[in-house]
Design a protein. Sequence first.
Length: 340
Amino acid sequence: MKKLTALLLAAAMLFALVACGEAAPKTDEKTFKVGICNYVDDASLNQIVDNIQNRLAEIGEANNVKFDIRYDNCNADANVLSQIIANFLAEKVDLMIGVATPVAIAMQTATEGTDVPVIFAAVSDPLSAGLVESLEAPGANITGTSDFLDTNAVMNLIFAANPEAKQIGLLYDVGQDSSATPIAAAKAFLDDKGVSYKEYTGTTVAEVVLAAQAAAADKVDAVFTPTDNTVMTAELSIYETLANAGVPHYTGANSFALNGAFLGYGVDYANLGVVTADMVAEVLLEGKQPATLAVKTFDNGTATINTETCEALGLNFDEISKVFEPFCTKIEAIQTAESF
């Protein structure tokens, strides 16, 4: 009887040990704090942020790590932006992500002399902005993704659709760094072609609305806007004004077309967000240095046409697509929505 009792006790202890072993938690995940600051609430930039966060979640699960995301939006307020970055530094984030040029510049300045790497997203011209020494070798503790716009490609679409165009409107925010280079390129293109242009500018949504109304009243043959965040924020408020006046709006991103513009040409912002997250992983998980990690650029060959606006302009989607085909890698159709 004593032997039987001893055997039962031994079995019970063994079972308990096995059970404890099965219930033991997995190895603790390594956690990285990542601070993301968005410049303004618009379809383009929100799409980037969403895809960064989703992709980091995938990478974390696949590598048994956790990305503790600290997200904020400065809404184009420089003082708020400074405070957000200061908060990130106080929280000792392992890396910062700056969405759009003004945020990237502020982060670069604030992290100088620290070991906090910065990955930027959707910086149209990192060289002119002074963020990197070269696209291939950034040279400092910052790198990222660029939504550089091939302005001549957009100009070619304008004149493919309307070879007789005599005056082009340039609608943009003079304070947007992302607009400076493409607007200069558009002017050079039009000067070479002998076509006149008129500039319509605004630094707020209300001013952009007035500028668009002026362009519509002037009956320009088309309006061009690069990857300008102020105009992007205003697009839902201006697209009908331009369409009703018979003025097609050619823009530098598909998100403009989603918000009503006739055509968006350029970078797929969903993919840009994914690639930005992949670069974060290269730095935090693989130990790569931003100084030697090349800035990622993208094929700008996709034209996105808003079919509702196309119809409002009296154009046939199939016919205009055939006209654009020689100038695009791909043509996509989209309908108006308030956001991605």
